[in-house]
Ligand binder design. Structure first.
Ligand code: ZN
Length: 155
C-alpha cells in the first residue's frame, strides 16, 4: 500500500509523525525496555518507558520501518505520555479494537483517528498496532516487575 490511498489530511498527519517522530530521544532513566518486530513488513520498535507514581512519566521509541509503523509509534507516545498505566492499557485496547473492527467508533482516540484509513489494508494493521503491542508488553512487564520488586523506580 502506498500512502496515496489515504485521505490527504490523514496522509499529512502520518507523514509529519514519520518525518518528525515525537519522543524519539533515548531516556536517561528507564523502568522497562521492550522490543517489537513485525515480520510481515520488517518494522522494528524499541520502546523505553519510565513509570513514576503509577503514571508513564516519559517514554521513547527507537524504531525503523515503514511510515505507518513509525508514525503510529510516534502518535502512541503522545497519546499515552502522562497517563496512568491503567489508562494507557485501556487506550491500547481501544486502539486495537478500533483498528480491527470497523464498527468501533473512535470516540476517545483523538489524533489516532487518522490511522482509520489503514483499516482498509489488513496487512498494514500490524504496522499500526506494533507499537501498541510493544507498549502492552512493557506495561505487563512493569506490573510483573513491581510484584517481584525488581522494577526500576525513579528517585
Ligand atoms: Zn510496516
Amino acid at each position: 500500500m502506498s500512502l496515496e490511498a489515504l485521505d490527504e489530511l490523514y496522509k499529512e498527519v502520518i507523514l509529519d509523525h514519520y518525518q518528525n517522530p515525537r519522543n524519539s530521544k533515548p531516556l536517561q532513566q528507564v523502568s522497562v525496555t521492550t522490543e517489537g518486530y513485525n515480520p510481515v513488513c520488517g518494522d522494528q520498535i524499541k520502546l523505553q518507558i519510565l513509570v513514576h507514581d503509577g503514571a508513564i512519566e516519559a517514554l521513547a521509541v527507537l524504531g525503523k520501518g515503514c511510515a505507518i509503523s513509525q508514525a503510529a509509534a510516534s502518535m502512541m507516545t503522545e497519546a499515552v505520555k502522562g497517563k496512568t498505566v491503567e489508562e494507557a492499557e485501556a487506550l491500547a485496547r481501544t486502539f486495537r479494537d478500533f483498528m480491527t473492527d470497523d464498527k468501533v467508533e473512535p470516540d476517545s482516540l483523538g489524533d489516532l483517528e487518522v490511522l482509520e484509513g489503514v483499516r482498509k489494508f489488513p496487512v498494514r494493521i500490524k504496522c499500526a498496532t506494533l507499537s501498541w503491542n510493544t507498549l502492552q508488553e512493557a506495561l505487563k512487564e512493569h506490573r510483573q516487575g513491581l510484584k517481584e520488586g525488581r522494577v526500576v523506580i525513579k528517585d
